[in-house]
Design a protein around this ligand. Structure first.
Ligand code: ZN
Length: 154
């Protein structure tokens, strides 16, 4: 995988940084996003945030269905969660930056999200089920928050 980036893992301090908004929507951003998708697929993940490859900027990639044979790559730049359902769901979350272990985390089952595409175009949508969990996990990364911070206390 020539275009795969190095995935940072704990205790790399970049994982604890609050990332800055993306302001340049040029070709370098598109290249980075493509490399992040390649890196995520190579690591068999479903989501990957920029700080996980050492870049403290607010973007992440995800594809929640590719393992089931229906790839749906998404690139979310400067994502903002504008609404959350009252209904909560607990799921087991893994993280490419925290090998070996998973965390049980309770989060809203549905979120409303706005973001920019890699071309800078404003987009918004609502997500439920696993996609909602994935988005909240990845937005947390942009604020230096990891799933282990939200883990259910047994
Ligand atoms: Zn993660």
């Amino acid at each position: 995988m020539g275009s795969a980036l190095e995935i940072r893992s704990l205790p790399d301090p970049v994982l604890r940084q609050v990332c800055t908004p993306v302001t340049d929507f040029g070709e370098p951003l598109a290249t980075l996003a493509r490399q992040m998708l390649d890196t995520m697929y190579a690591a068999t993940g479903r989501g990957l945030a920029a700080p996980q490859v050492g870049i403290a900027q607010r973007l992440f990639v995800m594809d929640v269905t590719w393992k089931e044979g229906t790839p749906a790559p998404m690139i979310l730049v400067n994502p903002v969660i504008s609404g959350r359902s009252d209904t909560l769901v607990t799921r087991e979350e893994g993280c490419l930056s925290i090998p070996v272990r998973t965390s049980l985390v309770t989060r809203p089952d549905r979120v409303w999200v706005s973001w920019r595409g890699v071309d800078g175009a404003q987009q918004e949508a609502d997500f439920s089920g696993f996609a909602a969990t994935c988005i909240q996990h990845e937005v947390d990364h942009l604020d230096g928050v990891l799933c282990i911070d939200r883990e259910e206390q047994a």
